[in-house]
Design a protein around this ligand. Structure first.
Ligand code: ADP
Ligand code: MG
Length: 226
């Protein structure tokens, strides 16, 4: 049987601003180890809101979320922060690298925070990931001195530093030109196919979605295909 990495059970989400609007309705699905899943749907259909909940950053919802078969409900912020850092890697549209640090240091930071390995080991692991993504030569550059496409690859290396159970991305290529988008897509595909990495990626790119293993489609806060 396939190991379940993430499971959403009947998740509902409302915003109150000032009128109440239901943004997610009865979201139920699960993701198995090694699956490469893309999430598509029109702007405003609730993709980012859902990813925020699935990544444990938003805890204000109804229903249940399980990561690595453990329920996320009723946990402190500190516990959730620890689970996030250990089990989830993030790649956002805007990379959020720290400009005042080197590329290598940026990749190392979540590893140092986790504290599972010594600093030397974290450095070695960070270097391995940069090399795997073809950007080992950038390790000692300051983060602000590299291009947008390079920054996004650094962000992927950083997302992988703690061997996460799942990598999540919210439009990770939304800010890139076609050539760099294709490169990032190819990296995700390789992570899935060669490294059995579980991926959940929100995208508006139909071609990317088609080439992933599975598509979850949202409309008006509901899943209409999965
Ligand atoms: P998507 O990522 O698919 O474009 P979002 O999850 O960002 O969609 O938004 C879904 C719906 O929730 C939209 O109608 C949006 O206006 C609304 N929404 C998102 N964030 C908030 C918020 N903080 N307060 C109120 N409404 C919000
Ligand atoms: Mg969005």
């Amino acid at each position: 049987m396939l190991e379940t990495i993430l499971e959403a059970r009947h998740i509902n989400k409302e915003f109150h601003d000032p009128v109440t609007v239901q943004v997610l309705t009865d979201i139920t699905f699960s993701i198995s180890k090694g699956e490469f899943v893309s999430v598509i749907g029109k702007s405003g259909s609730g993709k980012s809101t859902l990813l925020y909940i699935l990544s444990t950053m938003d805890t204000d919802y109804e229903g249940e979320l399980l990561i690595d078969q453990e329920p996320m409900g009723g946990r402190t912020d500190a516990e959730l922060a620890r689970i996030r850092n250990e089990k989830i890697g993030f790649v956002f549209q805007f990379h959020y690298l720290l400009n005042e640090f080197s590329v290598l240091r940026n990749v190392m930071l979540p590893g140092l925070k986790l504290g599972r390995y010594s600093e030397k080991e974290v450095e070695h692991r960070a270097m391995e990931r940069l090399k795997m993504l073809g950007i080992g030569h950038l390790a000692n550059k300051m983060a602000y001195r590299i291009s947008g496409g390079e920054k996004q690859r650094v962000a992927i290396a950083r997302a992988l530093i703690n061997d996460p159970h799942i990598v999540m991305g919210d439009e990770p290529t939304g800010n890139l030109d076609t050539k760099n988008s294709d490169m990032v897509f190819d990296i995700f595909k390789e992570l899935a196919q060669v490294h059995n990495q579980t991926l959940l990626i929100v995208t508006h790119d139909e071609g990317f979605a088609q080439s992933s293993g599975r598509i979850i489609e949202m409309e008006d806060g509901r899943i209409i295909r999965h």
